[in-house]
Design a protein around this ligand. Sequence first.
Ligand SMILES: *Cc1c(COP(=O)(O)O)cnc(C)c1O
Length: 229
Amino acid sequence: MSTIATNIAKVGARIREAAQASTREAESVGLLAVSKTQPAEAIREAFDAGLRDFGENYLQEALEKQADLADLPLRWHFIGPIQSNKTKAIAEHFDWVHSVDRLKIAQRLSEQRPDALGPLNICIQVNVSGEASKSGCSPEAVAALAETIATLPRLRLRGLMTIPAPTENPVEQRQAFARLRRLKETLGADLDTLSMGMSQDLEAAIAEGATWVRIGTALFGAREYGRSA
Ligand SMILES: *Cc1c(COP(=O)(O)O)cnc(C)c1O
């Protein structure tokens, strides 16, 4: 097996074990492969090993890889910060956007989503750790934002996403993910998605109900920065 296929098997085992520990079905946890900074060939290898969902943070880099991989039936997820001049290309080239944190971005994505593609799946990114520098809307602002996004015609609001402050303490990891879970519960039963958990903390996220774990390093190895932005 290739390194990537081996890593996928290892991550799959971690997901199954974590799901079992919480008496959840492993199938209820989606594996979103975060392929930022990784070459198209790495994505092709992950596809050959069974993965279909890929997350990208940088628009230009993603568009280049999408063109290289147009022969594969992949689902693309945008998970990075969104500037308003990027919304049109995101609306045209992705199936999911996990990082919507303000109304203006949601309105533009809805206006610019081509009808033929069907609704764009949306998660609202929430800043559960309260760090001033991090992106994401505040927990207090989520309900109003969700209510308005639910009225936008070409978007389908699926749930919430978070990137908590990094910590190796499993109790603190779970506290942050539990905050996102409870926040989703206050928004009503229509939402089916909690996008939370990365390579370091996927077990804690699954214990608190993650339906997408976003995994980069544990699948593809360490990232080399400086090639893309
Ligand atoms: C890079 C990134 C990930 C993956 O992080 P790893 O620690 O490499 O698994 C997940 N989510 C988002 C939003 C990211 O930017």
